[in-house]
Design a protein around this ligand. Structure first.
Ligand SMILES: [Zn+2]
Ligand SMILES: [Zn+2]
Ligand SMILES: [Zn+2]
Length: 347
């Protein structure tokens, strides 16, 4: 089949990969300071090696921090000021269990090879750590490179594909002003004031992504600044926002919290529409120049919803179905190689 050239790819050369980071992209560490006040060691321990019963020895001062033990910082006497006698004596101590339990989670960024707190990585539901392999800073730099090199006709093609998704999801004209007002003219992610910004600087994001066929409606729109709009892109809300943000977003949009915080899923109304032969065939004809994208969509729906909308077409050539099935097998075998994601069993 005639394949369209993909969007610009960023070809990496001479990438620096630290040996100690190899295979560590999803390993979670707990980071904490040594409890010996004379020692300045900051210690990282793999969470999966940290049992209920632990003994952690500081590599620098050899102090052992053990479950059940504690470190004393002072002794106290509790004195009742109304009459003299001491009512209680004791020691101010930190339990090692509590100290380790509250320690922050860290992991390595597979690009800049540094260990960073979890908060500096975006969410990623299907990864073992629940976070993306690369840190936010690396992702931002990468995206700025990639966006810069996008050519005009690629922009046009992206716009065409977007139109296709808007079409399938049956998006209607939305009331931007109402959305701006609801969000107080501020980017929902960073609170940047966009009141005086031009329309381009305050894009409205599909809260539930259009790639999952959710329409852009006044209710489904989130006000984001340009940077956060491109950062969020096609991610499901739970893969991008923090839990507190999801709760706030539920109130602002009227979309139930469970939907926002739950796993990504296709709009059932749009899926229902793809069960009509007439709808499917008119879609295929209208966007026949974008068959690779339609095949991708068909395969993604097949994988997640076990539903094949090509089966509802009476026009489509068996050659296209073969091509789509091959692509499906290729993607599935890649995923099986990369993770433990279960095969849906569909062929
Ligand atoms: Zn120490
Ligand atoms: Zn990084
Ligand atoms: Zn922002």
């Amino acid at each position: 089949m005639a394949r369209r050239k993909p969007y610009t790819i960023v070809k990496k050369e001479n990438q620096i990969r630290a040996a100690h980071v190899r295979g560590m992209g999803d390993i979670v560490f707990k980071g904490f300071q040594c409890l010996n006040s004379a020692c300045r060691e900051f210690i990282f321990v793999r969470q999966d090696e940290l049992g209920d019963d632990f003994e952690l020895v500081c590599p620098s001062c050899k102090l052992a921090m053990r479950s059940g033990d504690e470190t004393q910082f002072y002794e106290y006497k509790l004195i009742d000021q109304r009459d003299d006698p001491i009512t209680e004596e004791g020691s101010f101590s930190i339990l090692h269990n509590e100290y380790i339990a509250e320690a922050q989670e860290y992991k390595y960024c597979i690009i800049c090879n540094t260990i960073k707190p979890f908060a500096l990585f975006d969410h990623h539901r299907s990864r073992k750590s629940g976070r993306q392999g690369e840190c936010r800073l690396c992702k931002k730099i990468y995206n700025s490179i990639k966006n810069k090199t996008r050519l005009t006709d690629q922009h046009r093609e992206a716009a065409q594909k977007r139109r296709m998704y808007l079409d399938i999801s049956v998006s209607t004209k939305i009331n931007s002003e109402e959305t701006y007002k609801r969000f107080g003219y501020r980017c929902f992610k960073c609170q940047k004031n966009l009141r005086k910004a031009g329309a381009k600087e305050r894009p409205l994001d599909h809260t539930l992504p259009v790639v999952y066929l959710w329409p852009l409606t006044t209710e489904n729109a989130t006000l984001l600044c340009r940077e956060h709009n491109s950062e969020k892109s096609n991610q499901w809300p739970s893969d991008y926002y923090s839990d507190d943000e999801l709760k706030k977003l539920a109130i602002l949009t009227g979309i139930p919290y469970d939907t926002l915080a739950g796993p990504a899923h296709y709009n059932p109304i749009a899926i229902e529409r793809l069960k009509t032969t007439e709808q499917v065939d008119s879609l295929l004809t209208k966007y026949s120049a974008y068959m690779p994208e339609i095949i991708k969509l068909r395969n993604r729906i097949l994988e997640r919803e076990c539903f094949d909308f090509f089966a509802h077409s009476k026009d489509i050539s068996p050659a296209w179905i073969r091509c789509a099935n091959q692509e499906y097998q290729r993607v599935i075998s890649q995923q099986v190689g990369a993770s433990t994601k279960p095969d849906t069993g569909a062929t």
